[in-house]
Design a protein around this ligand. Structure first.
Ligand SMILES: [Zn+2]
Length: 226
């Protein structure tokens, strides 16, 4: 992309200096490049979706899979599909071969390197030694849920069911990676879609995966996908 712009600029300069006829064409090209730049400058908000665990850390285990695998193999492609349809903001996925917690806590990168105006959404699946523990919730970054958290909770409620212990939200300050984000003033939510260790949750997550992913992306970007 950079090379392309450089070539166009060079063309405009050399055209202006050496030839009279191509100048008009080059001028138009320059205008459209400027227009594109202006459009880009209107900086759409960036949402960064992070698949939890990975890079050697499987996370929770249950129903024949792991958190890291399930999120990357099943949820991520669906999220990607809908992220592409978002028009008013930019929704991207954190390198899935990485583990953000390790990047942050071990290498002092990850959450330390995320731009301050980015919103970070982390995806996880819960686990319990009790096979009966069920339902999802949103881990929020302020004592009160944001409008986005309210929307995310609704997606969980209608497709998986809520964890009765939290009624949808939990405000935690003991997650070190999240604390890095909070101290840097970065907006985030962490989603526990349900329990990987619970048969019912796992069944509902699989059955409603498409709806869940669409609902999440719409809730995150606050935009309806047609
Ligand atoms: Zn997890």
């Amino acid at each position: 992309m950079k090379k392309f712009i450089t070539l166009l600029a060079f063309g405009a300069i050399s055209g202006g200096l050496a030839w009279s006829q191509p100048t008009t064409i080059n001028a138009q090209t320059t205008t459209s490049t400027t227009a594109k730049k202006t459009l880009k400058k209107k900086a759409t908000h960036h949402y960064l979706l992070v698949m939890g665990h990975g890079a050697g850390d499987p996370g929770a285990r249950g129903n024949g899979t792991t958190e890291a695998t399930y999120l990357r193999k099943h949820l991520m492609p669906q999220l990607q599909k809908y992220a592409k349809k978002i028009k008013k903001s930019n929704v991207t996925i954190y390198n899935p071969s990485h583990n953000i917690v390790r990047d942050t806590m071990v290498f002092h990168k990850g959450s330390y390197k995320i731009k301050k105006n980015t919103t970070v959404i982390m995806f996880h699946l819960d686990a319990s030694t009790s096979a009966y523990a069920h339902g999802g919730h949103v881990i929020i970054h302020k004592a009160k849920p944001t409008a986005r958290d309210v929307r995310l909770r609704q997606v969980i409620k209608s497709n998986v069911g809520l964890n009765p212990a939290y009624n949808g939200y939990s405000f935690r300050t003991n997650l070190r990676n999240c604390n890095v984000l909070r101290k840097r003033g970065i907006d985030y939510s962490l989603i526990e879609t349900g329990f990987i260790t619970n048969k019912g949750d796992f069944k509902r997550i699989n059955k409603n995966l498409d709806k869940i992913a669409k609902g999440y992306v719409e809730a995150i970007a606050n935009e309806k996908i047609k």
